[in-house]
Design a protein around this ligand. Structure first.
Ligand code: GTP
Ligand code: MG
Ligand code: NA
Length: 347
């Protein structure tokens, strides 16, 4: 079945985990950016989003010679903060995603925010894989660039491999205490019951092809129904921000459907439902983080899944974390406003 027959949207992948485990840095490595360095105190304080087109995923995974038949148009990746004060943002991220990467620092193992993230993902029934990040910090690690992890392990000394095995067993034991069975992904023959661990380095790149390939394969194989494109708009507000030349805008994640310039939308506001018209639909360039100021592409229409800046009148008091509704030909404005008000009461 070809891509066009299946008509899949891009999966949404949320990156979660303890503070400083390397979530943002992993995305920096894939993007070829330096977002983490620009963060105040090196701490992520907002939800981020980046779109990775299929072509880039193909290029990043070709070292695995997996004939990665990509049936999805790309991957939309959501970055979340690991600092303890941002539980609400982690919760929002875990609600949005089709799949998640739970990042663990291999030198530190399972920590408080690892467990909190795990609980959030389980509560939402979200599928996830675990990245065991910072393998380059194993004493004596030989850098192999973005080689598949099995290749990278082959050139390591006996001592490095022993330390690796020891730390991995320790982490498997820590997850076991949380009631989660885990195994290194290349030894995992029961992917339905056992969560895969992917060793990675966000500094030197080992294991990153494995991580991307696993995400894409897992979503394509097990979530076809969920990922089938539908015209029903599903959209969540992330942030309210001023965009130079466009006034107040909202950053949103469009999980399904299409949004067009000129569409009438209904958004949850602090003083009630906001009814407005999309004036501009902007996206960062592919492989660029939406929360970093930069150049934007302007579109007449955008298909899910994407992260978008929507400029429109009256968005100043929009409430992050709530749904955005688009008026379709069969929709009733009063009914949409009522849905928004109901949601507001539950926020
Ligand atoms: P928060 O978003 O604040 O929770 O942190 P984070 O999980 O996004 O981690 P971040 O990307 O900010 O990385 C934290 C620190 O670890 C930075 O100094 C990174 O340079 C470093 N780091 C991240 N990944 C790696 C890695 O794979 N190897 C090494 N050696 N350092 C890493
Ligand atoms: Mg971060
Ligand atoms: Na950090």
């Amino acid at each position: 079945v070809s891509e066009s027959d299946k008509n899949l949207r891009s999966p949404i992948c949320c990156v979660m985990g303890h503070v400083d485990s390397g979530k943002t840095k992993l995305l920096d490595f894939i993007r070829g950016t330096n977002v983490q360095k620009g963060e105040a105190g090196g701490i992520t304080q907002q939800i981020g989003a980046t779109y990775f087109p299929a072509g880039k995923l193909r290029e990043m995974t070709k070292g695995l010679k997996a004939d990665a038949r990509l049936e999805v148009p790309g991957l939309l990746v959501i970055d979340t903060p690991g600092h303890q004060s941002f539980t609400n943002l982690r919760s929002r991220g875990s609600n949005l995603c089709d799949i998640a990467i739970l990042v663990v620092d291999i030198m530190h193992g399972v920590k408080d925010r690892t467990i909190e993230s795990l609980d959030l993902l389980r509560r939402n029934g979200a599928d996830f894989i675990v990245a065991l990040n910072k393998v380059d910090r194993l004493y004596g690690w030989k850098t192999c660039g973005n080689a598949p992890i099995v290749e990278a392990m082959k050139v390591q000394s006996r001592d490095v491999r022993d330390e690796f095995e020891r730390r991995v067993s320790g982490i498997i034991g820590q997850f076991e205490k949380q009631g989660l069975s885990t195994e290194l992904y290349y030894k995992n023959y029961d992917v339905r019951e056992v969560t895969s661990l992917v060793p990675t380095s966000a500094m030197t790149g080992e294991g990153i092809p494995d991580l991307l390939l696993l995400l894409v394969q897992r979503t394509q194989r097990t979530m076809v129904e969920k990922l089938t494109f539908s015209n029903q708009v599903r959209c969540t507000v992330l942030e309210v921000k001023v965009v130079e030349g466009h006034g107040t805008a909202i950053d949103v994640v469009l999980a399904n459907g299409v949004l067009r310039e000129g569409d009438q939308i209904v958004v949850c506001g602090q003083q009630g439902a906001i009814v407005t018209t999309i004036r501009a639909l902007l996206t960062p360039y592919p492989m660029r983080e939406i929360r970093v100021k930069g150049a934007y592409q302007q579109h007449k229409e955008i298909r899910a899944a994407q992260c978008i800046k929507i400029a429109a009148h009256g968005l100043e008091h929009a409430i992050p974390g709530t749904c955005l509704y688009a008026m379709g030909p069969d929709d009733n404005l009063e009914a949409l406003k009522n849905s928004v008000m109901e949601e507001m009461e539950s926020v």
